[in-house]
Write a protein that binds this ligand. Structure first.
Ligand code: PLZ
Length: 405
């Protein structure tokens, strides 16, 4: 369906059909589509000027977005921010900064990780199809180690971290590692929440070995998981954090925020780009951030979790097709499996996920799939969605799961 209007958790198509939006354009329009503060600020900015290039003739809104990022991201150390256009570009820049600061080259990433579609970020991304196949060769000095995936590996956070750290020590050598890049909740990989303790153990390994710890919060950031940033759930303070998606209510904007000494280690003129921190995107970000603060959207995300999780768990208890219910805040998922297999974990069932997504679409609910095995159904409603629509969507999802048999 092609869309002509959207807002309040509803997408309207060219034929006048209304669809409930449980995807937010992949976790982007967290403040709602065409959110009033975003529209007002963008409209005003477009009428004033559309572009100057911040590197040529700067403007205040760029600085204001950076100040908001420095204030809202975890940690009360001195910070700097730099703005870019897309998530992949932010991750690329985080790697550039970490390499410049450490004078090391190796980058450690994780199984099930997703970081983008540019050459370097394809190398950082775990899954071959559809992201990497036939697009190599990929950037060198990227090392992938196991993630904590509680449903499938049954390990504690401490055990999983020990395994990952051993791999780093034995196969790369801690002293060669510039950065550990990790999503605090793996997004495209299947909304995998690492077991408690996994992230803190890696973060402290990084800090005791002079490694820059980079949290990729492009999907998890900006109120989505019930905190401003998902690192907060585990009490970790990353050295660098990448953000995009939810930051600007649908306009293309991304950022790297981090410790001042790390960010300042790059030579003058080393980072940039024609459009990075475009004034219209900055205006949108200021509108989106104002909305999140005024409406306390982190707490709205927690409310959404408290409405959805019990319902999803109920579905799981009456259907052996749902192997796991997981996520945080308004970043929730169910993992579909082949029933009747003995032993845990059950075989992934990507066909079931595709069938449920298709049935939901037919009933007017937009849901997305995800996961290394393609068997995860993920829910990312706009945080502005009313409870009644969530309820309606859950009824449709339940019916679709039930028809799997
Ligand atoms: N890091 C954690 O989730 C984008 C990808 C959609 P860009 N995720 C959606 C697709 O199939 O292309 C993402 C992410 C994390 C980086 C990115 C990349 O962000 O803005 O798409 O470049």
């Amino acid at each position: 369906m092609f869309i002509t209007a959207a807002g309040g958790g509803v997408l309207v198509d060219v034929d006048g059909n209304s669809l409930i939006d449980m995807g937010s354009g992949i976790a982007v329009v967290s403040v709602g589509n065409a959110a009033p503060h975003v529209v007002a600020r963008v409209t005003e900015q477009v009428a004033a000027f559309t572009h100057t290039c911040f590197m040529v003739t700067p403007y205040e809104s760029y600085v204001e977005v950076c100040e908001a990022l420095n204030r809202l991201t975890p940690g009360d150390h001195e910070k700097r921010s730099a703005l870019f256009n897309s998530g992949a570009e932010a991750v690329e820049n985080a790697v550039k900064i970490a390499r410049a600061y450490t004078k090391r080259q190796a980058i450690v990433v994780f199984e099930h990780g997703y970081h983008g579609r540019t050459n370097l970020t394809m190398a950082l991304t775990a899954k071959n199809m559809p992201y990497k196949d036939s697009f190599g060769p990929f950037a060198p000095e990227v090392y992938r180690v196991p993630l904590s995936y509680p449903y499938r590996d049954g390990r504690s956070g401490a055990q999983a971290a020990r395994d990952a750290i051993t791999r780093i020590d034995k196969e790369v050598g801690a002293k060669n590692v510039a950065a550990i890049v990790i999503e605090p909740i793996a997004g495209e990989g299947g909304f995998i929440v690492p077991a408690p303790g996994f992230l803190p153990a890696l973060s402290s390994f990084a800090s005791s070995n002079g490694i820059v710890f980079v949290a990729d919060e492009i999907q998890t950031g900006f109120a989505r998981t019930g905190a401003w940033f998902a690192c907060e759930h585990e009490g970790i303070v990353p050295d660098l954090i990448t953000t995009a998606k939810g930051i600007a209510g649908g306009l293309p904007l991304a950022a790297v925020t981090g410790r001042a000494d790390i960010m300042d280690s790059v030579h003058v003129g080393g980072l940039g780009g024609t459009y990075g921190g475009n004034p219209v995107a900055c205006a949108a970000a200021l509108g989106a951030i104002a909305t999140m603060e005024e409406s306390d959207l982190p707490s709205r995300a927690r409310q959404i979790e408290s409405i959805m999780v019990p319902r999803l768990k109920e579905m799981a208890s009456s259907s052996d097709r749902i192997g796991d219910v997981r996520g945080r805040g308004a970043m929730l998922a169910i993992e579909l499996v082949v029933p009747g297999e003995s032993g845990t974990p059950a075989e992934p069932d990507p066909e079931a996920a595709a069938a449920v997504a298709k049935a939901c679409h037919a009933e007017g609910v937009v849901v997305l799939t995800a996961g290394t095995y393609g068997n995860v159904l993920r829910f990312l409603p706009p945080l502005s969605i009313p409870d009644e629509l969530l309820d309606e969507a859950l009824v449709v999802i339940e019916k679709a799961v039930t028809t799997l048999g």
